[in-house]
Design a binder for this molecule. Structure first.
Ligand code: NI
Length: 173
């Protein structure tokens, strides 16, 4: 299977809102490739924009290491055309990283609990509640599908982007 490479900032696909997914049967191979790419990069989520596709599709999965909270476990989930339909539980600020902005972290404030509506991998309508780490990953991935990156949540986005570009320049040396 072809291993997809992950698109990094400043690729324009990362900052462009996506289009709704049509026929999911045509996207099964792409979904499998996204899962492989996410595992290879040791990510907990991957949005279609991060593999260069402007469609409203994302995947997530978290298998906690021995030193991580087992309650944060998230089984593999494929979400198409998903959106948050309600949010609550108060906001929480946590540092987030992103495979498309390697090397930096940004404190991001997000609601602890959300209700999500969308389609599963087979195109069946789904609606569910998510809390904690699960809710955070979903919100991060849905941000991607709206063209929003963690740097957009920074108090001074331009500073965070400058920091990122400096780290990348150093790594290329
Ligand atoms: Ni990300």
């Amino acid at each position: 299977m072809k291993v997809l490479s992950i698109v990094t900032y400043p690729a324009s696909v990362l900052t462009t809102p996506t289009k709704k997914v049509g026929d999911l049967t045509k996207l099964q191979e792409l979904i499998d490739q996204m899962v492989v790419a996410m595992h290879k990069a040791k990510g907990v989520g991957l949005a279609a924009t991060q593999i260069g596709q402007g469609i409203r599709l994302c995947i997530l999965e978290h298998i906690p290491d021995r030193d991580e909270d087992p309650l944060d476990a998230v089984p593999l989930q494929v979400l198409a055309n998903a959106k948050v339909i309600s949010a609550g539980g108060g906001d929480e600020v946590l540092n987030e990283g992103c495979l498309s902005l390697p090397g930096i972290e940004v404190p991001v404030s997000r609601p602890r609990k959300i209700k999500v509506k969308g389609l599963d991998r087979d195109g069946r309508p789904i609606q569910f509640r998510a809390a904690g780490f699960h809710a955070r990953i979903i919100q991060h991935e849905l941000d991607h599908l709206d063209g929003i990156l963690i740097t957009d949540h920074a108090k001074r986005p331009e500073r965070k982007i400058a920091e990122y570009l400096a780290i990348q320049a150093k790594e290329r040396q």
